[in-house]
Structures are given as structure tokens and as C-alpha cells.
Design a protein around this ligand. Structure first.
Ligand SMILES: [Zn+2]
Length: 351
């Protein structure tokens, strides 16, 4: 979503703000209320849009157990959070009536939709994120909660009483949701006039303990916006100018000040409308004349590697999804597990 700021009051400000939605839960008259708030990527401006008291938030794992412990309470939660669409029409061509939610103990989910006129039945999962799995809905929610808390697959398997394979399959679904969410983020770019963006490339695959087979080296390109404290990382085939320059042009706004090392691929940046400073790492880490350094991106790398290290080498095919998961979590305003879980439920609801 793009918000047009008031250009009259501050003519120097960039009038276009790219906003992302977040939910804020606050106590109001001794009950918890969820607000929908838009926050700007570049200036962190907060705009409160509306509050919605019926969008439920899960506060903890015991709270989730409590919700799932009762079939009616669970169904109310699923409907309130839009994980299951309560308003649906009968699919019969000449009928098209709104269907009713009915209790049906013969169904695995204990509920079904029934057409009041032609009496046809429909699974509650139809059209929802749960349609693609044979897990029970509480199991799927427990595994999602485990994923939000970064619980490894084997532990999550024990906690949810689901086999390893199903857990890792569900984890992969959730990571794909993260990728989708990132791809639909409007105006995904960094920097701007006067803002410093640090860029660097890194080789990620190394042999484990110097034994075993030689792993193919994999280049990763990264950039880090020092004002918003947000970054971007991407797998690349090589680190030539032909590969890296288009990524920079796509992700970094013109006029941005770019700090990098003296790698030759970055030489043309000045002519592309960027202010480019380099630091010679063989001499010093901070250029004494310009103050150029790449400390922030180095710190970002170590954070990326710490978060993805378990799967960095073993599951190469999972690497792009893992990176997207990291980027998605990094964009959550508080980066708390609870927030990751509720945001994921929100993504699942808009399936
Ligand atoms: Zn009908």
C-alpha cells in the first residue's frame, strides 16, 4: 500500500511512503483490543487505521491449547480469525444460498457447512489453508506455533504428535507463505537521498569440519539500510557486475549513498546515480577520510548465518525459502515469537 504524505508541511520530505500493515494489541477497559496500524518502511511513521476487537490474538502456547481444547471455541476462533470463511454459498448452480455451519460429529473437524435449501454438505476446510493437509486443525495450529518459535522439526514432531515428514512439509508451506508475503510487499526498496546502504557479497558453502565431500560454493549478495535497519539478501550465481548491478538497481533507490569494499563489480555505481564510497579492507576497516565502513552489513551477515546455520549446508534446496523466512521475520516490528505466530495466522487467513 502506498500512502501519499502531506507535501505542503514538509516540501523536502519524500511524499511517497510505502507502508506495511501490522497489528498492535493493547489493553482497553480491561479487555485486549487488536489495532491495525500501518507503519512506513522509510521513516517508521505510524498511522492507526482501525481497530477490530473480534480478530483474536493468541498470546501463548497454553492459550492455544485452551482454544483447541473445545471444539466450539476452536471453530469460533477459526471463523473470527478468518482462517475459515463463515460466509459461503452453496455450490449448486441453481441454489447459491448462504450455507449454515452445523455440528457434525461424523466429520473429522466436528463441523460442516450445510445448504438450508438443497441440504448439500461442504467441508469447513474448503477454500482454506487447511484444505491442503490431512493434519487435524489443532495439529496444524500447534505445528505453526512451533515454527513461529523456531522449534526444530524433530522437537515439533514430538510436541504435536505428528511424524517428522508431515512437520517439515507444513514448515515448507509456511515458508512459502513468507516468500509470497515478501513478493507482494509493495515498493520493496531501500535507501534514498542521504541514506547510507552498505552492500557486500559472501560465500556461504564451506566444507563441514574439513571432511566429507566438497560442497559447491554459493555466493550470496546482501545489502543493509542503516537508517531503517532492514536488509535484503539474495542467492546469486556469481559476483560479476552483470549479476550484482541489476539487483542493486532494483532494490536501492537512486541518490543513495552506497558503502562497499573495493570489489571491481561495483565500479560503475557512481555513473548510475548513486554516491559510492569504498573502503580498502587490506589497509583499514574504516576509511579515515570519508568514514566509510561495512560494519553494519558484516553484523547483518553474522545474524543471517546464525539464524540459518543449521540448514545452511545440509538442505541446499531449502536455502531460498529459509532466506525468505529470515527476511519476513526480520520485518516484524517486534520480532517476537508471538507476533510471528499471529502474523502467520493472518497470512494463512488470506489464503
Ligand atoms: Zn443449495
Amino acid at each position: 500500500m502506498v500512502f501519499k504524505g502531506n507535501t505542503d508541511t514538509n516540501p523536502n520530505a519524500d511524499p511517497i511512503h510505502s507502508l506495511y500493515l501490522l497489528t498492535v494489541t493493547k489493553e482497553y477497559r480491561s479487555s485486549l483490543v487488536t489495532y491495525y496500524v500501518f507503519r512506513c518502511y522509510c521513516c517508521r511513521l505510524l498511522i492507526c487505521l482501525f481497530h477490530c476487537s473480534n480478530m483474536p490474538t493468541v498470546y501463548s502456547m497454553p492459550h492455544l491449547f485452551h482454544i483447541c481444547s473445545d471444539k466450539i471455541r476452536l471453530m469460533k476462533f477459526l471463523c473470527d480469525s478468518n482462517l475459515i470463511n463463515r460466509r459461503r454459498r452453496c455450490l449448486h448452480r441453481n441454489c447459491r444460498r448462504y450455507m449454515c455451519l452445523i455440528r457434525d460429529r461424523s466429520s473429522a473437524d466436528h463441523f460442516r457447512f450445510r445448504c438450508p435449501k438443497c441440504k448439500s454438505l461442504q467441508s469447513v476446510r474448503k477454500g482454506s489453508f487447511f484444505e491442503q493437509t490431512r493434519l487435524t486443525i489443532p495439529q496444524a495450529l500447534y505445528i505453526t506455533c512451533c515454527w513461529a518459535c523456531k522449534v526444530p522439526v524433530k522437537s515439533a514432531s514430538f510436541m504435536s504428535n505428528v511424524c517428522d515428514r508431515s512437520v517439515s512439509l507444513w514448515y515448507a508451506f509456511l515458508r512459502e507463505k513468507c516468500s509470497e508475503s515478501l513478493m507482494t510487499t509493495p515498493n520493496y526498496s531501500f535507501g534514498g537521498p542521504g541514506v547510507v546502504v552498505q552492500i557486500d557479497e559472501s560465500l556461504v558453502a564451506k566444507r563441514k569440519y574439513n571432511v566429507g565431500h566438497l560442497v559447491q560454493p554459493q555466493w550470496v549478495f546482501g545489502l543493509y539500510d542503516t537508517s531503517t535497519k532492514l536488509g535484503h539478501i539474495q542467492l546469486v550465481d556469481d559476483r560479476s557486475a552483470g549479476t550484482l548491478i541489476p539487483i542493486i538497481q532494483r532494490c536501492v533507490r537512486p541518490g543513495t549513498t552506497i558503502f562497499s569494499d573495493q570489489w571491481s563489480a561495483y565500479r560503475g555505481l557512481q555513473s548510475l546515480g548513486y554516491v559510492h564510497h569504498t573502503v580498502n579492507h587490506s589497509q583499514n576497516f574504516i576509511d579515515p577520510n570519508t568514514g566509510t565502513c561495512t560494519n553494519a552489513i558484516e553484523a547483518y551477515w553474522s545474524r543471517v548465518k546464525r539464524n540459518i546455520k543449521l540448514h545452511w549446508l545440509s538442505r541446499r534446496d531449502q536455502l531460498p525459502l529459509r532466506i525468505d523466512e529470515f527476511l519476513w521475520r526480520d520485518r516484524l516490528p517486534t520480532r517476537k515469537y508471538c507476533e510471528a505466530f499471529n502474523e502467520m495466522l493472518r497470512l494463512m487467513a488470506h489464503h
